[in-house]
Write a protein that binds this ligand. Structure first.
Ligand code: C5P
Length: 398
């Protein structure tokens, strides 16, 4: 999968920098084109001559070449890359990346990179365990960067603990698996509903719910990163998408969501019903704001909204995959299984409001997936991005 890929290999000043030469050689052997960017401190550990000989390209370290004034564009490098790998990544560089301290070519390239970024920390065990390092790595994760966890073993200080840079062979395997996954849904069309619906009472009031849309949008990003063409039919949320392969169709009511989905479902391969659709809508909405003065409290008559998932279940062809969600407070498994069959779903993702870290508005979720072919897959509390990945892995297994 690495053949022809453009990799920026960032090297920082740590003892493990000697392993970077081997990593570079493996990447070249796998067919990648590699541009090395070193921090000034990295040159104390390994020479640019070794690295430029192995990569076949001059190593970049400064913003310009002193004698000719030739400018090295970090923006161009950031755009050229299909992936950026920082190995080894010292505590200092991790801190700079997390906080935008752009005082060298490596960090400016990182800040300009549009491609996925992999960070392989290497440092002494106490530095690794320090709250500052942990917080900075957490920040990098929250930016969507991939942390290649260091191994536990003997360190340069002869102490034994967590902090050894992952072995070059494994870093190459991780990159290879990443590029393989990035095409696993190529050519597939994915339809996703997300967020709440608003059911209009009058021009300024509605019936709605607390859904943030985060889970649906995370699934959209994950599906797009696997090469799918994604449409999100979204209720009112304050989120935006970052992947250009995602089209967002904004709607407000359940009825509008149903129309948008029924139109697109026949040409979709996969549909994931993540929206928290209002169960009821006002039977009549007023064109004018309902006034309080001089009136008794109004009684709002409600009518049942259409069940979008169930409607699509009725339209479903054999080769299409339809996925629903169940947000339950009690009798979780029975309720989820019931919805799986009554809506003719291929799988259902259960989140229980009894679990800490699950449900509306949070950045994490804890789910159990039930498939129509009889599997029950419980997962731990994870970020919604990681849950999205588990959900798509299971969809792919179908
Ligand atoms: O029946 P319940 O609302 O619990 O079912 C939840 C699942 O059904 C979710 O996948 C949700 O997006 C979908 N749903 C729907 N239209 C509705 C109600 C729920 O698509 N009116």
């Amino acid at each position: 999968m690495l053949k022809g890929k453009h990799i920026v290999l960032g090297i920082t000043g740590g003892i493990a920098a000697y392993k970077s030469a081997y990593l570079l050689r493996l990447l070249i052997k796998a067919g990648a084109e590699v541009q090395v960017v070193m921090t000034p401190a990295a040159k104390e550990f390994i020479t640019p001559v070794t690295l430029s000989a192995l990569s076949g390209k001059p190593v970049v370290s400064e913003f310009f070449t002193a004698n000719t004034g030739e400018w090295h564009s970090h923006v161009d490098l950031g755009l050229w890359a299909d992936a950026m790998v920082i190995a080894p990544a010292t505590a200092s560089t991790i801190g700079k990346m997390a906080n935008g301290v752009a005082d060298n070519m490596l960090v400016t390239t990182y800040l300009s990179a549009k491609a996925p970024v992999f960070v392989a920390p290497a440092m002494d065990l106490d530095m690794m365990a320090h709250p500052s390092t942990c917080r900075n790595l957490q920040l990098l994760k929250s930016y969507g960067n991939h942390i290649i966890e260091p191994a536990t073993g003997e360190l340069a200080s002869h102490l034994v603990g967590k902090g050894r840079m992952e072995e070059p062979e494994n870093i190459v395997k991780i990159l290879d698996a990443f590029f393989e996954k990035s095409q696993s849904l190529a050519g597939k069309r994915v339809l996703i509903t997300a967020g709440p619906t608003y059911e209009k009472i009058d021009p300024v009031r509605f019936i709605g719910n607390y859904s943030s849309g985060k889970m649906g949008y995370a699934i959209a990003e994950e599906a797009a990163s696997r090469g799918a063409e994604v449409t999100v039919v979204s209720g009112p949320v304050s989120l935006s998408v970052s992947n250009p392969a995602i089209k967002v169709v904004k709607i407000e009511s359940a009825k509008q969501m149903l129309d948008a989905c029924a139109e697109r479902f026949p040409s979709s391969d996969i549909a994931v019903m993540c929206a928290a659709v209002a169960d009821y809508a006002p039977a009549h909405s007023s064109d004018k704001k309902i006034k309080r003065e001089g009136h008794d409290a109004p009684v709002i008559e409600l009518v049942k909204n259409p069940d979008i998932a169930k409607t699509l279940g009725g339209m479903k062809r054999k080769e299409q995959v339809l996925v629903g969600f169940a947000l339950e407070t009690d009798n979780e498994e029975v309720n989820a299984q019931g919805k799986l069959s009554s809506k003719r779903l291929d799988m259902i993702v259960l989140n229980s409001l009894r679990d800490a870290g699950a449900g509306f508005g949070t950045d994490t979720n804890k789910v159990t997936i039930y498939t129509a072919d009889g599997r029950r897959l419980p997962f731990d509390v994870k970020s919604k991005a990681e849950v999205a990945s588990d959900i798509l892995d299971t969809i792919e297994s179908l």
